[in-house]
Write a protein of this length. Structure first.
Length: 487
């Protein structure tokens, strides 16, 4: 526990939804929900306007639609979110060499290690100026917590939301934590909270007063001891820079169960290609391919295959995933498929390209044993290869024109998809810095309409190349400290 509040926690406000509102002038100030739009979809992020209706992350999308039927429902645009995240993380990296990203929109920063703050006043100044820099560069807002430990800094940023800053002054930690519910503390989930409630403990103060021995008796030595220290405001975990991802994966939940085996295989191959795209974007390779299958009865199976060395070859990953699929019974239907790569490395083992070629050659030789020499058909009148189950026109349209994604029209310029159906796609033509745009409808195969890349949220971001060497003037307004959040 530090004597000065030099650990900073940044949490961007309703990140995905806020980015969509910044990109789409017609959605500003309106409820926006981002996530999977199918009947089995889940909310990823809801704007603060949507949260007033009770919508929150991890909620089934069908329930969200019942609560907020007039909200805008959009498919995530991860390319945009990663771009904005990179801008934010670059600003954080200017404050300290010790930056610990937790996700695209959240990170810890050790200000003391960067020499940018060593007391309450300097920490407050940096925190406020960071928020100003983020807004100027990305157009979005973030909430900042400052404290002497990671746990308290994260609690502070949560209390400061939205668009606020909160500093927990040294010596006030216990008073701040005392009335908070036990679930405020890291590691206390629903089951642990219920167990503590049955023992008469519902607030952090209850935990602190119960004593370590009682918590150890209830929760075990490791968990009970850790919880008592946190309830007393103690957390000595350091900020760890460059936390490496342990895996890269993608998965899809299907609106209706897939029964056709050939369609299932084609989806696995598509997911393998997407997984490799993410792998290459991260400039990594991986050694173990993992297949995830959730069946019609919600049972989930995983299969894995370890290669001779790391690879980022889409053919190798695709063929490994297909082999894994052969060991899975999909009778009855499949509701979710996923492909991942673990055992990540910063290099690629070149002989895996030869491995892929060898496996294809072996497959061709095997096939040659069951076909005639001319390759004109199967021997003994065997069955013709099965054709994959075809997607409906509506399914194809939804995949080509996801709601919220960017498009460009040869005449009308840049816009985004409001929705598609009955052979049509509806587009609103506007840009981040324009006025709310007009809506037009086109055929889904209109040759003048094409998918496009996201536009920058801020056309000409402020230059912070010299920051924090010459700190910008702090924006006016009250700054909270000692446990009171700024609205």
């Amino acid at each position: 526990m530090r004597a000065a509040p030099t650990i900073l926690h940044l949490d961007m406000d309703a990140f995905y939804a806020s980015a969509e509102q910044a990109a789409k002038p017609s959605l500003r100030g309106k409820p926006v929900v981002v996530g999977g739009l199918g009947p089995r979809g889940v909310v990823a992020t809801a704007s603060y306007e949507a949260r007033r209706f009770g919508v929150h992350s991890a909620m089934p999308m069908a329930q969200a639609r019942r609560l907020a039927p007039n909200a805008a429902y959009l498919v995530p645009r991860f390319a945009l979110y990663r771009t904005v995240s990179d801008q934010v993380m670059e600003l954080l990296g200017r404050l300290s060499p010790l930056v610990e990203p937790l996700s695209l929109d959240e990170a810890f920063v050790d200000l003391e290690a960067g020499g940018t703050a060593d007391d309450t006043a300097s920490a407050l100044a940096i925190g406020e100026q960071l928020r100003e820099a983020i807004e100027a560069v990305t157009g979005l807002s973030g909430s900042v917590g400052l404290a002497g430990s990671k746990m308290l800094a994260k609690i502070a940023s949560e209390e400061a939301k939205p668009d606020g800053i909160l500093l927990i002054a040294p010596g006030t930690e216990r008073d701040l934590l005392a009335p908070m519910p036990v679930r405020t503390l890291p590691g206390v989930g629903p089951a642990t909270a219920d167990h503590l409630r049955r023992a008469g403990m519902t607030t952090v103060n209850d935990l602190a007063e119960a004593g370590e021995a009682e918590l150890v008796r209830l929760l075990g030595k490791a968990h009970g001891g850790s919880l008592h220290r946190m309830a007393s405001g103690h957390d000595d975990r350091p900020v760890v820079a460059e936390r490496d991802a342990k895996s890269v994966s993608v998965e899809d939940t299907f609106d209706t169960d897939l029964h056709d085996r050939v369609r299932v295989r084609s989806e696995v191959e598509r997911l393998a290609d997407r997984c490799v795209q993410r792998l290459r974007a991260a400039e990594r390779s991986g050694r173990t391919v993992v297949l995830k299958v959730r069946r019609y009865d919600f049972s989930t199976l995983t299969r894995s295959e370890t290669l001779r060395g790391p690879t980022d070859d889409p053919t190798v990953v695709r063929e490994a995933a297909a082999r894994l699929l052969e060991s899975v019974d999909t009778t009855g239907g499949v509701r979710l498929l996923g492909v991942g790569v673990t055992g990540l490395a910063d290099y690629t083992q070149e002989d895996l390209f030869a491995q892929a070629a060898d496996e294809r050659t072996a497959a061709e030789r095997t096939a040659a044993g069951t076909t005639d020499s001319a390759g004109g058909g199967t021997v003994d009148g065997g069955p013709e290869p099965e054709e994959p189950e075809q997607e409906s026109a509506e399914q194809l349209a939804a995949r080509r024109w996801p709601a919220g994604h960017d498009v460009r029209h040869d005449v009308h310029g840049h816009g985004w998809v409001q929705g598609s159906g009955v052979g049509r796609v509806t587009v609103r033509f506007e840009e981040p810095e324009s006025a709310p745009g007009r809506v037009r409808t086109f055929r889904i195969d209109d040759p003048e309409l094409q998918p496009a890349d996201p536009l920058p949220l801020v056309r000409d971001p402020a230059d912070y190349s010299s920051w924090p060497a010459s700190l910008p003037k702090s924006r006016s307004g009250p700054i909270s400290s000692g446990g009171e959040s700024r609205p």
